[in-house]
Design a protein around this ligand. Sequence first.
Ligand SMILES: Cc1ncc(COP(=O)(O)O)c(C=O)c1O
Length: 448
Amino acid sequence: MNPSPNPKKLDAFWMPYTPNRQFKAEPRMVVSAQGIAYRTPDGRSILDGTSGLWCVGAGHRHPRISEAMKAQIDQLDFASNFQVGHPGAFTLSQRIAEHAPPGMDRVFLVNSGSEACDTAMKIAMAYWQALGQGQRSLFVGRERDFHGVGFGGMSVGGMLNNRRVFGNAMLRSDHLQSTWNPSTQAFVRGQPALGAEMADELEHRIVALHGDNNIAAVIVEPLAGSTGVLVPPVGYLQKLRDICDRHGLLLVFDEVITGFGRFGGMFAADVFGVVPDMILFAKTVSNGAVPLGGVIVHRRIHDAIMQGPLHLSELMHGYTYSGHPLASAAGLAMLDVIEQESLVQRVKELSRCFENAVHRLSSLPSVVSVRNYGLAAGIELSAVKDQPGRHGARVQQVAFDLGLLTRAPGDSLVLAPPFVCAPSDIENMVQRLADAIALVAKESEFCQ
Ligand SMILES: Cc1ncc(COP(=O)(O)O)c(C=O)c1O
């Protein structure tokens, strides 16, 4: 067990993606978790409305995953996968490939979503090099998509605040417009019916401007989660696929938050019926118990790269912890849990109740949009003049005080509950969020 920190000694840990000075003045700590809730040092229960960070689909401390990890650490704590191997990484990759869309049966294991994105970009470049088209070095992303914090993912990602300080080190990229249209989508349930034609920008502007023979890949989140759950319009992803096919471009889906069940299918690719050339995954694959991610690659791409002298690596890429034994054990146990506890089916069944619950928030005066798909929702609040993000951050704080963990990218609150919630848990989470929004609305800064 980790010892509790002295509350006066929080300075050394530079917290990621956190307003450090504000947090350390008013810390929000949790010390344990079980099922769908955390516990604070003073014993309060906090419902995990975001599955940690979109990770803990099977609930915290699932016994099967804990036992598999304990057994693994007692048998083989570490083995590199550079020029030696251990069974876990092979079995895990095989099991993941069995769940992937047809033809996508090669898996490169990494430790995070960011590494998955950078890995996919390198695979795309290596593929084009292998085909004698190394000039294809431009990556196409989309505004408001997030692909992690590596220089590759940051370049193709579309979140201004992640990019503005680091601009000079970017890879070559261009970006599609976000699919978000507040005038037609503000309170749509599920996929917006309108907007598929936004995909045409790929052909009409980006291919027309850069030339298809210079583009390495198009990388999108099938549903943009990190900027507040922006659901793709019906037909949009298929149109992207069709344009990529017409112009010979690789299509990559970042399924770091959508993979392994969140939408009631193993992958968003299955749910939306569109098969990309590579799928990035992380988070739910290990139920968040240990870092694990990867790239599922179409065999055609893999095979093209399998060239050169037999004694040399075909792809000069990999991480010390790629396919770590502990992560492999956690991933295998999570796949068992997904299969044996029918988690994907449970998400499907829970999604309607979740949709009804979150859309009840639409009646609150400060709510300007509610968007949802599967077990993911974004509830957007009116922005305080000249202070974007302030309203969201305040509601996030008050929700925590009321016993709910949510996330606030800007002024949107995100709910992404564990798959093992009962309908009553969903109702409780949404009620706590409603109470937090209503309480904050009474504060002078935020009242309408
Ligand atoms: C869609 C998406 N891609 C990539 C990442 C980066 O993952 P990581 O934080 O594991 O590097 C995230 C993280 O939230 C994400 O939501």
